[in-house]
Write a protein that binds this ligand. Structure first.
Ligand code: PMP
Length: 307
């Protein structure tokens, strides 16, 4: 029986104050004709490719746990992006890896603002301090300000989404390299939009033991599969693997992703089309009076209206 005393007790008060203060990550589900707000690839796969995916799941044994190392999927991603399979941690979306990084390193967490909301939300949910350093007027990084703040606050992680969400621009290589070499923090370079910028820090990863690179399959066309990955020095990978939940990539996602990544031709076509359409849309927006449009190296465009 539920007594009055029990009814009166506010169980929510047992939730950590940091969590109670948070606002949930807002996902708008208003029905609309063309959904644009989640930076997905808008093109579905053609029917014959869908059939290949169905075929891929036919043999998945869902009574068994998935391959904990997701070996085949790692091999497919290695082939796609040239990242060694031993140097990969896969996540249920890169969101999960952001959480794993913060769990492993703790805070303070330094972020430039505006940037991807999950860095701050996750840090706060994990009771870590967040330090923000505003981007410049043109959304550029000020490395000296970041280095100074990171030092005084003793930041343990710096998240740099490059290209950045929601501004769409990529940060300068010099600024990022300066931050990497002049701070003691782990510097996470989130290359979620790599397919659309085609620029990466991967070749210099070996020179920076404090660098972590994040990627995701979401933006290139597989947001529904929830697959993200990080790569870093072997030492860091070994530590982060301790935090990763076993079986975090489900068997269906593993099988479908392996099959979908075989259709590289289709993906490349879709991505090239998005890049050329981005330029067309940018040019059209730039023609409109009262609209300020910002350059984008992603699959979305930020613009400001003055009226
Ligand atoms: N990083 C950035 C910069 C993003 O914009 C997003 C998605 N909006 C993510 C990470 C998360 O991607 P995922 O779908 O892999 O969790």
């Amino acid at each position: 029986m539920v007594t009055k005393a029990l009814q009166k007790r506010d169980i929510v008060k047992l939730i950590k104050p940091e969590v109670r203060k948070l606002k949930a990550y807002a996902i708008d589900e208003t029905p609309c004709r063309i959904k644009l707000d989640a930076m997905e690839n808008p093109f579905p796969l053609p029917e014959e490719a869908q059939v290949e995916l169905v075929e891929a799941v036919r043999h998945v044994l869902i009574n068994r746990y998935p391959d904990p190392s997701a070996t085949k999927l790692k091999e497919s991603i290695a082939e796609l992006w040239g990242i060694g399979t031993m140097r990969m941690v896969l996540g249920n979306g890169s969101d999960e890896l952001i959480q794993a990084i913060i769990l492993a390193f703790g805070g303070p967490v330094l972020i430039p603002t505006p940037t991807f909301a999950m860095y701050e939300l996750t840090a706060r949910a994990l009771s870590q301090d967040v330090i923000s350093v505003p981007l410049g007027k043109d959304f550029s990084l000020n490395p000296d300000k970041i280095i100074k703040k990171a030092k005084t606050a003793q930041a343990r992680i710096i998240f740099l989404a490059s290209p950045n969400n929601p501004t769409g621009n990529r940060f300068s290589d010099e600024a990022i390299l300066k931050i990497l070499t002049k701070t003691n923090a782990a510097v996470v370079i989130d290359e979620a939009y790599f397919s659309f910028s085609r620029k990466t820090f991967l070749p210099v990863l070996k020179d920076h033991p404090n660098m972590i690179i994040l990627r995701t399959l979401s933006k290139m066309g597989f947001a529904g599969l929830r697959i993200g990955l990080l790569t870093a020095s072997q030492k860091l990978i070994d530590q982060l693997n301790k935090i990763r939940l076993p079986y975090n990539i489900n068997a269906l996602s593993q099988a479908v992703a392996v099959a979908a990544l075989r259709r590289r031709d289709l993906l490349n076509m879709q991505i090239s089309l998005l890049i050329s359409e981005r330029q067309r849309l940018y040019n059209a927006l730039a023609q409109i009076n009262g609209v300020t449009v910002y350059p984008s190296e992603t699959n979305f465009i930020l613009f400001r209206t003055t009226t």
